[in-house]
Design a binder for this molecule. Structure first.
Ligand code: TXA
Ligand code: MG
Length: 310
């Protein structure tokens, strides 16, 4: 191929050949492939070692294209106008004549869709003839990537190309809102719960550990650095990494700070970076200080809880 092509064109080149690429978004990096192609979608599951029952999020850059695949409703439009492009995913009804591969949806009649805000993601989507299926670009149950290097850390040479978009600004996955019946939050994330409530002018359902959500990705160990995590601890054991919400006067090489001054947005942005950093050192376990459970703290605590499942 012609190596003078811009990176965006290189990304298109691989995607058009039904390959997977690393794809920058403002939340986390995705492992992207043509959502209309069975062959391409299968590669995502294989690379990630992902259970095929766990459907993928599909990324769009226009309502016109979304209209080919999904039924939209008033609640969707309200949230779309306010927060898209941005860190929110909607679960909608799939249209009968949609071209989305059945591998992407696990043969179900619903589709999770998202309009990423990252400028390179938008540029790329605009020149493609298909939307992109993209789960987070990590091996299943592991830590999500927020830089090109993190994607490499996960997959090594097994992916053909990573579009480098710098560090993800939000650093935490999108908030998932189901709009199938009564609106319901399925996953906390890049947009706070109260902001969704405000636009829809009601308190949206959100149940922690909701047993009615039968999507594998929302059940078991996830976001895991591969060593035990102990939550709500005041101090670490010897040779244990210690994650703190704000800087302390007395410091140690084993202390890892999520933010300078207990800023929960900053903490959310740093969470995966800190976990990956610790994972790549020699610690046998991690202790975490209590994190306030409001705003982005809710999403952080949800991730940490899942990462600490034994
Ligand atoms: O920020 C994000 O959402 C990132 C970036 C790359 O866009 N993507 C991401 O994808 O986090 P993934 O696959 O790691 O997480 C998607 C979650 C999974 O838990 C999956 O089970 C759920 O969305 N999901 C996908 N399709 C669904 C559907 N139709 N109904 C309910 N949940 C669905
Ligand atoms: Mg994921």
């Amino acid at each position: 191929m012609n190596y003078n092509l811009s990176n965006i064109k290189k990304a298109k080149y691989y995607l058009d050949k039904n390959e997977c690429i690393g794809f920058p978004t403002e939340t986390v990096y995705g492992l992207a492939a043509n959502a209309y192609s069975k062959k391409a979608a299968l590669k995502i599951f294989k690379l990630k070692k992902r259970n095929k029952r766990n459907p993928l999020i599909v990324h769009y850059c226009s309502l016109k294209m979304l209209n080919n695949d999904c039924m939209i409703n008033e609640e969707f439009l309200k949230l779309y106008k306010k927060y898209c492009p941005g860190p929110v995913t909607f679960v909608l009804k799939l249209k009968k004549n949609s071209n989305i591969s059945k591998i992407v949806t696990n043969n179900k009649k619903t589709l999770a869709v998202r309009f990423p805000r990252h400028h390179l993601a938008i540029k790329l989507l605009k020149i493609l003839k298909y939307p992109l299926a993209a789960p987070s670009a990590n091996i299943s149950s592991k830590i999500s990537p927020v830089t090109k290097e993190d994607v490499k850390d996960e997959f090594g040479e097994r992916i053909k190309f990573i579009l480098d978009g710098g560090r993800s600004k939000i650093g935490l996955e999108s908030t998932i809102v189901s709009l199938l019946g009564k609106p319901k939050i399925l996953r906390l994330g890049g947009i706070e719960r109260k902001k969704i409530n405000k636009v829809l002018r009601k308190k949206i359902l959100y149940k922690k550990n909701d047993k009615t959500i039968v999507v594998p990705g929302q059940l078991s160990l996830h976001y895991s650095p591969g060593i035990p995590i102990r939550l709500n601890k005041k101090k670490p054991k010897e040779n244990e990494a210690f994650i703190l919400i704000k800087k302390r006067k007395k410091t140690s090489k084993d202390y890892y700070y999520l933010s300078k001054k207990k800023d929960l947005k900053e903490a959310a942005k740093n969470l995966y970076k800190v976990l990956r950093n610790i994972k790549n050192k020699d610690y046998k376990s991690i202790a975490v200080e209590k994190i306030p459970n409001y705003g982005f703290g809710e999403a952080i605590n949800e991730r940490l809880k899942r990462a600490s499942v034994k």
